[in-house]
Design a protein around this ligand. Sequence first.
Ligand code: ADP
Length: 796
Amino acid sequence: MVMSSKKSLQSKGEEGKDSSNLTDAERLRVLAKSKLLDSASEEVYDRFTKLAAMLLNSPVSLVSLVDKDRQYFKSYYGLPEPWASQQQMPLSHSFCQYVVSSNQPLIVTDAREKAFLEHNLAIPDVGTIAYLGFPLVVENQALGSFCVIDTKPHAWSEREIGIVRELASFVTTEIALRIEIAEHQQVTERLQESEQNFRVLSETVPQLVWTMFPNGRRDYVNQRWCDYTGSTRERMQSDRWAHFQFIHPDDREGNRAFWQHALQTGEPFESEHRLRNGHTGTYRWFLARAMPVRNETGEIVKWFGTATDIDEQKRAEQQLKESEENWRVLAETMPQLVWSTGPDGVHEYTNQRWRDYTGLTPEQVQNNRWAHLQLIHPDDREGTRALWQHALDTGAMYEHEERLSNGQTGAYRWFLVRAMSIRDEAGQIVKWFGTCTDIDDQKRMQEALRESQERASVLMNSNIIGIFVEEGEQIVDANDTFLRMTGYTREDLRAGRINWRHMTPPEYLARTQQAHQELATQQSMTPYEKEYVCQDGSRLPVLVGGIVFQHHPLQAITFVLDNSARKELEQRKDDFISMASHELRGPLTALKLQTTLLRRQLAKQGTQASAPALSSMETQINKVTRLVEELLDVSKIQAGRLEYVQETVDLDALLREITETLQQSSPSHTLVVRGTGGTGLIGDRDRLGQVFTNLISNAIKYSPNAETVEMDLSASEDAVTVCVCDHGLGIPREQRDKIFERFYRVSGPNQKAIPGLGMGLYIVAEIVRHHGGSITVESEVGKGSTFQVTLPMKRV
Ligand code: ADP
């Protein structure tokens, strides 16, 4: 049995000469883990080698670890030099490699007889002849061999083999134990390292960090925690609720509830609360998080917690909330319809005004970006859709005038709709803000304005009426008609070369200034006749009226009608009157001469019977003569050719003479003269006689039912005043100024019945004006009139 076993062992050793598993990675890993290679000698292994050598009486015993290219001796006994000092040997000298490669004992009596060993260098260099080795197997890997060597042939006995096997197993146990210890040590080291890493990390992170046992005892707080709270590690470790004192009173309850929940359920803890800065006493917002750490059985062994300063974030959030709130308030108080949409154009918000006007609820427009189109007037829809699409595509500002229907009445009003995109930092559109401003009234006004402008322009461009705008004396704008009438050009207008004062002939200057006075005080000027000096120097008779249309600076619109046709007609009439009166004067003078001759002849013949007829003839001839004279006077006044003489006039005598004459011809009235006119009057006696004759004749004529006409004279140093007063028909107020105009007669049945041509007062006014005097009238209809003539004294 023994032999056979020996045989089998030997044969196994021989078969295992294949060295492929020497380089096996797993074997080498376990070998490295054992940390035996190149380690110092240790007594425990040395005891085994020594014991083996002694028990087997062998010269050499080794604990040999076979590396991939050498064998290293953790222990050696009896090894000759230089190998003992080197403590290792190349594989060329190794018998142990065969133990490892075969993972079997190797029992060799005489190596020289073994084919695979006979060339091994251990035979000549070490003197190895017999070899007995058992593999050192740890974690199923043969790491080396425990062996004894003899320098002569040695047939190993069963006892010897048993001893070496036992000792090899001891060595194996020792190695396995070492590995286990080494591994345990490594775990401990790693744990220490990780603990250290945690400390370093927790001290470097910008958070407050702590750890706590499940019983609430705080295990650790980082420096930052102590620095912030101003507390010490010891104090924090003493009490589970110690951190409570730093939490804002308002946040404590919430925090406690969170904690209790976390401790009960083992769920991670998260809470936002304010922590007091121990130094400044101010609070800052923190986000506190805690995670449980569990052992293999799932039991919580520790809580890890951090508190992150989120104060700025919180404040920003608060500000955002406030600004959002402000925006809402603003949007609700604005007089516009206000809305906002997402980047896709779907409504997110509408203000109350929007909802009130449209009658739509937010839900009705929150599903579709085109939902609001239903509000828009059909004619405006396409434009709106296209523009909104463009805005959404490009982010361009939306601005469009469109009609929106009122939800209640269905009526449309014009709105100016504007929308702007809001972008985030990355430039992405996040929102659209929009407003709808009611511009309906404005639109209507614009429309009215446009119409009125159109009308004004029609008026301006009509070729009937000349229109210009004046500012001061300057004509700043004019229509073509005015330019055509006056011969000026647009260029003249632009160059500021048209000036109404320059265009006014001297004789019209006073009247024109009066008209402008009226314009300034009454905001308009009553149309009056004048002439313009045209660009070529010719005169243009015009009728001019105007109205102020702007105050600062004062601008007036003046309307100018070409009056030349009427003036020409008037001229022809005047010419006719002048000619007719001249033509009539000749025959009349002859007639008068003949009647005078006739009267003389009849007187000579003593024929008295025809005297009354002749007198009556003379009276009529005188009447006609007076009429013709008046006509002539009017013509002369018109032509500016009425002639005057200058002489001292005894007004009292003149009036006496006149009243006497008139009293004779008008016995129906008593003419009363009161007062005196003084002596200093210079003028044309006949013409002044004409004035008073006229006034007294009118007084008699227009008071058919009265009995008296009174004349009151008064004189001062400067002037003499004559009042002619009657108790007749009177003159309506509105016609009082006009009675001094040529051919004007008061309209009214009573007046019409009294003959006259409306020339008298015209001539009177002209003569008085020529004398530097004035004439006014006071009158009451049905009661009578008083004409007052004032003439300056010593007029030279
Ligand atoms: P006439 O020849 O018509 O009298 P005048 O020029 O003298 O013309 O007067 C103009 C008009 O003034 C008259 O037609 C008349 O209506 C009115 N008138 C003039 N004097 C008086 C008066 N004393 N009382 C009332 N009306 C008068």
